[in-house]
Design a protein. Structure first.
Length: 208
C-alpha cells in the first residue's frame, strides 16, 4: 500500500496513513479516463438549440420575380438560405448528447484518476476537517496552512452544509463528498484533499 503523510488543519504532520492499493495503486487506464470525462462533459450539454430550416421559415410563398428575362438566378421564394431571413442549412435541432459508459469502465476510470494523483504527489490526507463556524476566512486559513494551490478539490465522507458555506466563495476550490466523486473533478483540480474517514469510506464504496 502507498503510504502518505497524515496532516492536520494546521498543516503539521501527525503521522502516516496507508492508502488502499485498489484505489491509489491501480493500473492507469488513460482510455477509460478519456471516455468518462467525455461522457461527463457531454451529459452536461442541454441539447436544446434549435433553428429553422427553409421549410419551417414563415413566408416565401410567392415567387419573388419571373422565371426568365431578368438576368438573375431562378428562385421561387425568398426563404432560401442565401436570402436574408431565410432558413438555415443543416439547422441544429434538439438532441440528446448523453454518452453511456458501463459501470465497470467508470469504476476503472475513477481508480486510474486517483492513482494518477497519488503518483504525482498531489494528494493531501487530513486527519479531520471540521469548522466551528461557516466562515470563508477559516477555510482559507486551512488551505493556506496546507500550502494548497488555488485549484483544489476537497472531499469529505458525506455532505456538510457548514463546510459548503465556508468553501463556496473561494475561487478555484470545490467541496465534494465520496458519493459525488467523479473522474472529471479529480483531474480538473491541481490538488486532491481528502479526509481520513473519507478515504476509508471510499475504500468501502469503490474498492470492489
Amino acid at each position: 500500500m502507498p503510504t502518505i503523510t497524515l496532516t492536520n488543519m494546521q498543516g503539521a504532520s501527525v503521522g502516516e496513513i496507508e492508502l488502499p492499493d485498489e484505489l491509489f495503486a491501480a493500473d492507469v487506464n488513460v482510455a477509460a479516463m478519456h471516455l468518462v470525462v467525455r461522457s461527463i462533459r457531454a451529459n452536461q450539454r442541454q441539447g436544446t438549440k434549435s433553428t429553422l430550416t427553409r421549410t419551417e421559415v414563415r413566408g416565401g410563398g410567392k415567387k419573388i420575380y419571373r422565371q426568365k428575362g431578368t438576368g438573375n438566378a431562378r428562385h421561387h421564394g425568398n426563404r432560401a438560405p442565401q436570402f436574408r431571413h431565410g432558413g438555415v442549412v443543416f439547422a441544429p435541432k434538439p438532441r440528446d448528447f448523453v454518452v453511456s459508459v458501463p459501470r465497470k469502465v467508470r469504476r476503472l476510470a475513477l481508480k486510474s484518476a486517483l492513482t494518477c494523483k497519488a503518483n504525482e504527489k498531489e494528494i493531501i490526507v487530513l486527519d479531520q476537517l471540521a469548522l466551528t463556524e461557516p466562515k470563508t476566512r477559516r477555510m482559507a486559513e486551512v488551505l493556506k496552512n496546507l500550502g494548497s494551490p488555488r485549484k483544489a478539490l476537497i472531499v469529505t465522507k458525506e455532505s456538510d452544509s457548514l463546510l459548503l458555506r465556508a468553501t463556496r466563495n473561494i475561487p478555484g476550490v470545490k467541496l465534494s463528498h465520496v458519493g459525488t466523486l467523479n473522474v472529471y473533478d479529480i483531474l480538473a483540480y491541481d490538488f486532491f484533499i481528502i479526509t481520513q474517514e473519507a478515504v476509508r469510506h471510499a475504500e468501502e464504496v469503490f474498492a470492489s
